[in-house]
Design a protein around this ligand. Structure first.
Ligand code: HEM
Ligand SMILES: *[C@@H]1O[C@H](CO)[C@@H](O)[C@H](O)[C@H]1NC(C)=O
Ligand SMILES: *[C@@H]1O[C@H](CO)[C@@H](O)[C@H](O)[C@H]1NC(C)=O
Ligand SMILES: *[C@@H]1O[C@H](CO)[C@@H](O)[C@H](O)[C@H]1NC(C)=O
Length: 319
């Protein structure tokens, strides 16, 4: 009897420890309900204004969130500027001269702090802005769990090692997402983010000149804006059909061997994810709901909560 009770108590403690060590259990959609009730509206209005200035910005902010979350969790580490004494993530190979949208995050932070000073983290602002960047461009929306705090550190080496490259094959993509607790299905759904936004020539040059699992008409068209040598900074749309709309044409492109990046076409190349690509290509509703669910899971990667980290005053600088 005593040993039975003892093992019950032990089990309860173990259960509690498991729940509390799983950081995302502490995030909550109502985290700022009393401390900053208008935060969602402030973020959304700022993202809407920015999109009216530049259609690409929603895509850019979504990518910022992905590159933040994949490096030690969604903790705003990517937003920190390099200084003489601090090496951040902005100059890591996947980010340098590529990720963009930091000025919009600064604008939103200033407006949010004007309404509720020193209350909302940069990491949460990024999570909300990424959601609005998708929703305002025609994509799905979702309720963002909140309460992330901002990192006091960053890791350029982790950014180099843990963000997938466009040369990655399917097995590598699946394992790099698995390393973040995301399934192959999450990976395929999240890659649907390449339904909007742009890529530089250097990221798809080898594919359009040298690969065979590509529609030849599409390849020839893309070679027109991406010469075989040179600096490779010319931009082309990731989704040739509807570059400024968050829809499921990314997947119909893959079905037609019109994936722009090598990593895109890997999802539909006679492999384990072909069937799912067909589903997403023909069933918009399933793609939308899987994308939203996967975004919540990605947003839950290792957040700083409670008294860990800080609420940064300036998203670019540790307090
Ligand atoms: C699966 C592995 C992925 C790889 C290898 C990859 C790679 C890339 C590359 C090379 C670019 C072009 C960057 C440039 O030329 O400057 C790009 C753009 C983009 N990526 Fe990904 N990506 C992946 C997954 C994701 C995920 C999960 C998201 C978000 C959920 C995402 C969102 C975007 C967006 C929105 C753009 C366009 C950004 C803009 O126009 O500013 N990507 N990606
Ligand atoms: C905002 O909060 C910071 C940090 O607590 C404080 O230093 C600053 O004076 C506050 N600004 C305003 C306008 O209240
Ligand atoms: C295509 O492959 C050839 C032969 O391997 C190589 O010399 C060339 O640099 C490649 N071109 C591009 C754009 O990758
Ligand atoms: C798959 O395999 C078939 C038959 O070998 C081939 O014709 C096709 O180009 C391959 N790639 C894709 C993307 O289906």
């Amino acid at each position: 009897m005593a040993s039975l009770r003892y093992s019950f108590v032990t089990l309860s403690i173990v259960t509690l420890l498991v729940i509390s060590s799983c950081g995302n259990a502490q995030l909550s959609p109502t985290f700022y309900a009393s401390t900053c009730p208008n935060v969602q509206l402030i973020v959304r209005n700022a993202v809407r204004e920015a999109i009216n200035q530049e259609l690409r910005i929603g895509a850019s902010i979504l990518r910022l969130f992905f590159h933040d979350c994949f490096v030690n969790g969604c903790d705003g580490s990517l937003l920190l500027d390099d200084t003489n004494t601090f090496t951040g993530e902005k100059n890591a190979f996947p980010n340098r001269n590529s990720v963009r949208g930091f000025e919009l995050i600064d604008t939103i932070k200033a407006r949010v702090d004007a309404a509720c000073n020193a209350t909302v983290s940069c990491a949460d602002i990024l999570a909300l802005a990424a959601k609005d960047g998708v929703g305002l461009m025609g994509g799905p929306t979702w309720t963002v769990p909140l309460g992330r705090r901002d990192a006091r550190t960053a890791s350029q080496s982790a950014a180099n090692a843990q963000i997938p490259a466009p040369s990655a094959n399917l097995a590598t993509l699946i394992s790099m997402f698995a390393a973040k607790g995301l399934s192959a299905r999450d990976m395929v759904a999240l890659s649907g983010a390449h339904t909007f936004g742009f890529a530089q020539c250097s990221t798809f040059r080898t594919r359009i000149y040298n690969e065979t699992n590509i529609d030849p008409v599409f390849a020839a068209n893309r070679r027109g804006t991406c010469p075989p040598s040179g600096d490779g900074t010319n931009l082309v749309a990731l989704d040739i059909q509807t570059p400024n709309r968050f829809d499921n044409n990314y997947y119909t492109n893959l079905l037609n061997r019109r994936g722009l990046l090598h990593s895109d076409q890997e999802l539909f190349n006679n492999g384990s994810q072909d069937a799912l690509v067909r589903v997403y290509g023909s069933d918009l509703a399933t793609f939308r709901s899987d994308f939203a669910a996967a975004m919540i899971r990605m947003g839950n990667i290792s957040p700083l909560t409670g008294t860990n980290g800080e609420i940064r005053r300036n998203c670019r600088v540790v307090n």
